[in-house]
Design a protein around this ligand. Structure first.
Ligand code: IGP
Length: 389
């Protein structure tokens, strides 16, 4: 694809469709610096900037660091792609800018444009988390955790609800908005909604903490925890870094979501261990058979969520839960005693019955209940009976 080159002061450039993108920075730099004078004249968007003066030693060190970062970024994307993960963890970055003299440029192409909403969320999360980490380094979080109250048994609460009612245990979601459905509820009081859910018979709650795309927050999670709500809480985040798990634990989570479409196997393994260490349950979410295969190959997983919504296209199809529980997958899940959660797009008692029949022991529901003027009554409508009794 043809690229538009414009000079920017940002140190990041994206050149995935540039012919030398897959070459290491140095060889790229040599090629590009040779090409530059010719290309300059054909790209009117180029504006030269004053070079920043840096001493040669500093420059070398900075180069080495940027080259390393570039290599690590490429490596992560490659490992993920080899496991069928289409989501790239961050925009493919290019070599350091000063390899091409005083110019800084950005090539606009497929490389630096997210391919879908999930990728956009993940790229934004990458920036957000690195800023949060700077403000609250892991060592600081670990100190807080030493004094944090114990977590509540998320999986136990789901099992108890299932055996009490004979219906799937409900994880009721405190959800103000989503990129696919827009604002779900204008008068959004997270604590009031959480209390109504608890009263209506929810076994656990899910609290969205992503601000930009779901209008959630960690303040909501913390407020619900501090309001005396007894249900265990799932922190609904896009986790890309173990730091977020520690942060969620401090903010009052009892469980956290890990999305297989975003995380390579090794990350899931490592994060599941961290969750255990911190007393959190991990809800590992899958959407297709390949993700289910991957996750079933990882030891120590107690909870798998099957998302009926494709996070890349927003399409919802509740038969996805059934499809992923058929045959060998279903057998393995029963052998391993894994609890499956049917997620998204559940509106009626028939929908709940359908996913229960498919084999789930829990459901995760947001839209259909959060939209009701009394979300507790919304639960009664969803199950076709009062499950608080
Ligand atoms: O509002 P719904 O269709 O009932 O869906 C709830 C929940 O499953 C959905 O919010 C969800 C499932 N997985 C996610 C991952 C990120 C953000 C949101 C989600």
């Amino acid at each position: 694809m043809e690229g538009l080159i414009s000079l920017k002061s940002s140190p990041r450039t994206s050149l995935s469709s540039f012919p030398s993108f897959n070459q290491p920075p140095n060889s790229f730099a040599r090629r590009f610096s040779m090409d530059l004078p010719l290309r300059r004249s054909s790209f009117p968007a180029i504006r030269a900037q004053q070079p920043v003066t840096i001493s040669p030693k500093e420059e070398d060190e900075e180069d080495a660091l940027k080259v390393k970062e570039w290599e690590v970024g490429m490596f992560q994307n490659e490992v993920a792609a080899s496991q069928g993960i289409r989501i790239r963890r961050r925009p493919p970055t290019s070599p350091p800018l000063h390899y091409v003299g005083p110019f800084e440029f950005r090539l606009q192409n497929d490389g630096n444009t997210p391919r879908n909403i999930l990728e956009e969320i993940v790229w934004h999360k990458d920036t957000e988390v690195s800023q949060m980490k700077e403000r609250k380094p892991l060592a600081t979080l670990k100190k807080f955790i030493e004094n944090a109250p114990l977590t509540r048994d998320f999986v136990g609460a789901l099992k108890a609800a299932h055996s009490r009612t004979g219906l799937p245990g409900l994880i009721a979601e405190v959800k103000k908005a989503s990129p696919s459905r827009g604002i779900l509820r204008e008068d959004f009081d997270p604590v009031e909604i959480a209390r109504a859910y608890e009263k209506g018979g929810a076994a656990c709650l899910s609290v969205l903490t992503d601000e930009k795309f779901f209008k959630g927050s960690f303040e909501n999670l913390e407020a619900i925890r501090n309001a005396g709500v007894q249900c265990p809480l799932l922190c609904k985040e896009f986790v890309i870094d173990a730091w977020q798990i520690y942060y969620a634990r401090i903010k009052g989570a009892d469980a956290i979501l890990l999305i297989a479409a975003v995380l390579p196997d090794l990350d899931i393994r490592y994060m599941v261990k961290i969750c255990k260490m911190l007393g959190l349950a991990a809800l590992v979410e899958v959407h297709d058979e390949r993700e289910m295969d991957r996750v079933l190959g990882i030891d120590g997983i107690e909870l798998i969520g099957i998302n009926n919504r494709n996070l890349e296209t927003f399409e919802v199809d509740i038969s996805n839960t059934k499809k992923l529980l058929e045959g060998e997958h279903g057998q393995l899940i029963r052998q391993k005693d894994i609890i499956v959660v049917g997620e998204s797009g559940l509106f009626t008692p028939d929908h709940v019955g359908y996913v229960q029949e498919a084999g789930v022991k829990a459901v995760l529901v947001g839209e259909s209940i959060v939209k009701q003027s009394d979300p507790g009554k919304g639960i009664t409508g969803l199950f076709g009976k009062d499950i608080s009794l």
